[in-house]
Design a protein around this ligand. Structure first.
Ligand SMILES: C[S@@+](CC[C@H](N)C(=O)[O-])C[C@H]1O[C@@H](n2cnc3c(N)ncnc32)[C@H](O)[C@@H]1O
Length: 307
């Protein structure tokens, strides 16, 4: 497949989890280059259908190319997965058989220096997955107060040096490029051997904030559960602990019967579990996959089935 340097992350596991079948309806909420989507189309031939979403117009160009052989069975749209319910209503799909969310940025986005995701290339501090995002990373870096920046870097980057870094950023402003930001971070949090690069966590934090990623995940999960038919499956790949925690907690919560929840104490309310966890522990890539694609290292796959 063009434009795919390696297999999509946990490819076989995703196809195995979603069990695409002829006549089924599937959603890929994070289409990227369409690698997983292509597998879904192959496995659901000759008449399985797919709704594919991505906020990034460049991803859609790649996905359209890679999914060209299945054009008649795919509906691709430049839209956020947070609009899942609306997108499904527009297609007239009441329920679907499987949904995939492969969260975060794609290799294409990381490897396109102008997008500003990588601290290894110099570029404008952008980091938006798509043009809809109201602010770029430069906007946050130059407009937020020192306190706001420190909190953001601490919460979304889990960076212990957040206060030092925020102080240095405010002192060095305006900062417009990735290289300038890296230099500021290195000035207070120097490189140590082959440990994680000191800019890694701050870049992660900015990316999450610019794209409102955690709120988006919280928004889409209940929509996904509603959209699934009974027995349908949702598979989510996350790449860092903050994303995974939201997914894990939601899946756990929805897999339990709740009797008389404390906030509805007056009523004897019983809420039945809506989901069944297919794997209690997340699936992770094999050593072989990590060797071929080091970015897969932190991937975690959680799968649930609608009851
Ligand atoms: C890890 S990549 C997906 C790769 C894809 N599974 C493949 O096989 O090529 C994640 C994609 O999700 C997209 N994305 C991020 N947030 C999104 C959102 N809220 N709605 C839709 N797409 C989003 C990104 O633009 C990126 O292209």
């Amino acid at each position: 497949m063009d434009a795919l340097p390696h297999q999509p992350v946990l490819y076989k596991e995703i196809i195995h989890a979603l069990q695409p079948r002829p006549g089924g309806r599937y959603v890929d909420g994070t289409l990227g280059a369409g690698g997983h989507a292509r597998g879904i189309m192959e496995a659901s031939a000759p008449d399985g259908r797919l709704l594919g979403l991505d906020v990034d117009p460049q991803a859609l160009v790649l996905a359209r190319k890679n999914l060209a052989p299945y054009e008649e069975r795919t509906h691709l749209a430049q839209a956020s997965y947070t609009s899942l319910s609306t997108q499904l209503a527009q297609l007239g799909w009441d329920t679907v058989d499987g949904i995939l969310l492969d969260l975060g940025a794609s290799s294409m986005q990381f490897d396109t220096p102008e997008r500003g995701f990588s601290f290894q290339h110099d570029a404008q501090l952008d980091m938006r997955y798509g043009p809809h995002a109201p602010q770029t990373a430069a906007d946050l870096v130059n407009k937020y107060s020192e306190r706001e920046l420190a909190d953001l870097i601490y919460q979304y980057g889990e960076e212990r040096d957040s206060r030092k870094i925020a102080r240095a950023i405010v002192k060095a402003r305006p900062i417009h490029t990735t290289r300038a930001l890296v230099a500021v971070i290195e000035s207070v949090s120097p490189r140590r051997g082959d440990r994680l690069h000191p800019a890694t966590r701050t870049f992660q934090a900015l990316r999450i904030a610019v794209n409102e990623e955690l709120a988006s995940i919280e928004e889409v999960l209940p929509q996904a559960v509603t959209a699934l038919r009974s027995g349908g499956r949702l598979a989510v790949i996350s790449f860092h602990s903050l994303e995974d925690r939201i997914v894990k907690d939601f899946f756990r919560e929805q897999s339990k019967d709740l009797i008389n929840p404390p906030y509805e104490r007056i009523y004897e309310v019983e809420r039945k579990a809506t989901l069944k966890e297919v794997n209690r522990k997340p699936l992770t890539p094999s050593e072989d996959e990590i060797k071929n694609n080091p970015r897969a290292r932190s991937a975690k796959l959680r799968i649930v089935e609608k009851i």
